[in-house]
Each structure stands twice: as structure tokens, then as C-alpha cells.
Design a protein around this ligand. Structure first.
Ligand code: PMP
Length: 301
């Protein structure tokens, strides 16, 4: 499993360092208050033999927004951010495997928002090639926080406490992911991905204001779907609609577009509109059939 990999190198303190050297003191804000913002980026081998990363400018921009909301300074420009990714990936990637990077801005120093100092760390891990494995999901008893309690738009570790609880809740039933509802009982997102449903040939995806991260993958998938002539509705999705949907998928940088085969006791038998969209997405990010929406950032490019 990717989370258990221990690669030799990380990007830390402005350059490539041995994995063991990337440490913070126990009294750092990052550890005491769990204070950080982060991104997960994914890269794919391209037909010309170069390694390409999906939508780097959009990930950089979201990290800037997350940092801004939480008053965390973030100095790296887009060019520096992209160069750091390729520098690290050059050490990590191996033939026949894709890779992903976790870019984390840790708060090293500061007290209640005063004199805040942050440090960007990149860790990269390899992943098998090929489409993501289908999964069953459950609907969690835990809820996505309201914007006023813990802003879900920002990617910060605190937002994943409830995600962890939901994953633990779903494990005895064998679920690979769990759906979080919002306070109104409508679909917010999954613990590490957004949710798409298909009803009568139309793709429905709840907007971020229903309680999800502002997903970069959702935006790419919507552009691809519309290019394929599929209608997409960005609107609230009731819990009951999810359970009677024809097709359900999970979308995210790492989830790509993952098929959901059952939600609790409800089988979701179909996978046709989203199968075509999954194929189109994977063709775009692997350069088999490039599309500007994937905005691939190539090594040396
Ligand atoms: N929601 C959550 C909670 C996530 O962790 C992710 C993965 N980053 C997503 C949605 C999907 O976002 P993106 O498409 O930008 O990866």
C-alpha cells in the first residue's frame, strides 16, 4: 500500500534530503495543533517517455488558497513548486508504475497565528498502473462539518479526522471508502474523493458548497463529459437519490474515477456512462488521447 512505502528521498527545507532527515520538533505547531495544509498530486508516464503531473497550477493555486484561509505563509512560486515536484519524482519514479506526491505545508513555528513560519515538504510514492479497483461504500453516521465549523474547501489535516472515523466505521463491512453526508443529510463527499451519480444518463455532482473540497478532478471530468456530449448537473444530491442512482463513482486525484458497486445494502449494477468517462480521463492523463483539461506538466517542460 502506498501509505506504507518508505522512499529514500523527500523534498524538505528547500531541496532533496534523505527520508530520515525530514523531521519536526514535537513542540512545532504542526504537531501540537495538527496545523498544515496539503495537496495530493498524481503523475503518469507519457507516450514520449516523459513523466507528466496533472494540473500543477491548479494544485498550487488551491494550496495558496488553503494557506491563505488559515493564515499560513506560503512562499514557493508555481515555477518553484513544479520544479521541486519533478526533482523529487526523478528520484522516485520507476518504470511500469505511476506516482503521486503529497505536498504539505507544515506550520513549524508560531503561536495562535502570531509569527507563523511554515515549511513545504514533498513526499512521493509509486502506484500500480491501470484503472482503479471498484469498491463498495457505506454512508457514514459521521457528518461533514459545516463551513462555519471547519471549512471543508481547504485541504488541511484536521478535516480528515472525521474521514478517519468514517473509514474505521466502514472497515468491518469491507468498504473501501465511505460517503459523508452534510448537516442537511445530503451527499457531501467521500472521505478522500468527491461523488458523482448518474440518473437517466445525466451525471449529477454536488457543488462544493454541499460540503466538499473544491475538487480539481471533478472539474476535469466535467469538461471531458461535456466534450463527450453527456449532460452534467452540478446540484445537491439527496441521500435517497444516491441509493437509487444507476451509476455511482468516486472522483479525485488518486481515486481518478472509481466505480462504486454497492452502497450499504443497495447494489449499483451499472457502469456505462462513467466507464466511458473513466476511459477518457485515463487516456487524457496518460497522454494516449491528450486533452487540455488535464493540463499535464511534463518533466523538463
Ligand atoms: N474530497 C476529499 C476529502 C479529498 O481528500 C479529495 C482528494 N484530494 C477530493 C475530494 C478530490 O479532490 P481532487 O480532485 O482535487 O483530488
Amino acid at each position: 500500500m502506498a501509505s506504507l512505502q518508505k522512499p529514500d528521498w523527500v523534498w524538505y527545507d528547500g531541496g532533496i534530503r534523505p527520508w530520515e532527515d525530514a523531521t519536526f520538533h514535537v513542540s512545532s505547531e504542526a504537531l501540537v495543533r495538527g496545523l498544515n495544509v496539503f495537496e495530493g498530486l498524481k503523475g503518469y508516464w507519457q507516450p514520449d517517455g516523459r513523466f507528466g503531473i496533472v494540473a500543477v497550477p491548479r494544485h498550487h493555486a488551491r494550496l495558496v488558497r488553503s494557506a491563505r484561509l488559515l493564515h499560513i505563509p506560503f512562499e514557493e512560486t508555481l515555477e518553484e513548486f513544479a520544479a521541486a515536484h519533478h526533482e523529487l519524482l526523478a528520484r522516485i519514479v520507476v518504470p511500469d508504475r505511476q506516482a503521486w506526491v503529497r505536498a504539505t505545508l507544515y506550520v513549524e513555528e508560531g503561536h495562535w497565528g502570531r509569527d507563523t513560519k511554515s515549511s513545504l515538504v514533498l513526499t512521493a510514492f509509486t502506484q500500480p498502473m491501470g484503472p482503479p479497483e471498484a469498491t463498495t461504500v457505506g454512508v457514514s453516521a459521521w457528518r461533514r462539518s459545516a463551513d462555519s465549523a471547519m471549512p471543508y474547501r481547504v485541504k488541511t489535516s484536521s478535516n480528515y479526522q472525521v474521514a478517519r472515523l468514517a473509514r474505521i466505521e466502514g472497515r468491518p463491512a469491507g468498504h473501501g471508502e465511505m460517503i459523508l453526508l452534510n448537516a442537511a443529510g445530503r451527499v457531501a463527499e467521500a472521505t478522500g474523493a468527491c461523488v458523482m451519480a448518474v440518473r437517466d444518463g445525466v451525471i449529477i455532482c454536488p457543488p462544493a458548497s454541499e460540503g466538499s473540497l473544491e475538487s480539481i478532478t471533478v472539474d476535469i471530468l466535467i469538461t471531458l463529459a461535456q466534450d463527450m456530449g453527456v449532460e452534467v448537473q452540478r446540484r445537491p444530491l439527496d441521500h435517497s437519490e444516491l441509493k437509487i442512482a444507476d451509476e455511482v463513482g468516486l472522483c479525485g486525484t488518486l481515486a481518478e474515477l472509481t466505480r462504486v458497486t454497492a452502497i450499504d445494502a443497495y447494489d449499483i449494477a451499472e457502469w456505462s456512462v462513467l466507464q466511458r468517462l473513466q476511459d477518457r480521463y485515463l487516456d487524457a492523463v496518460t497522454g494516449q488521447d491528450p486533452h487540455p483539461a488535464a493540463d499535464m506538466h511534463l518533466a523538463g517542460g
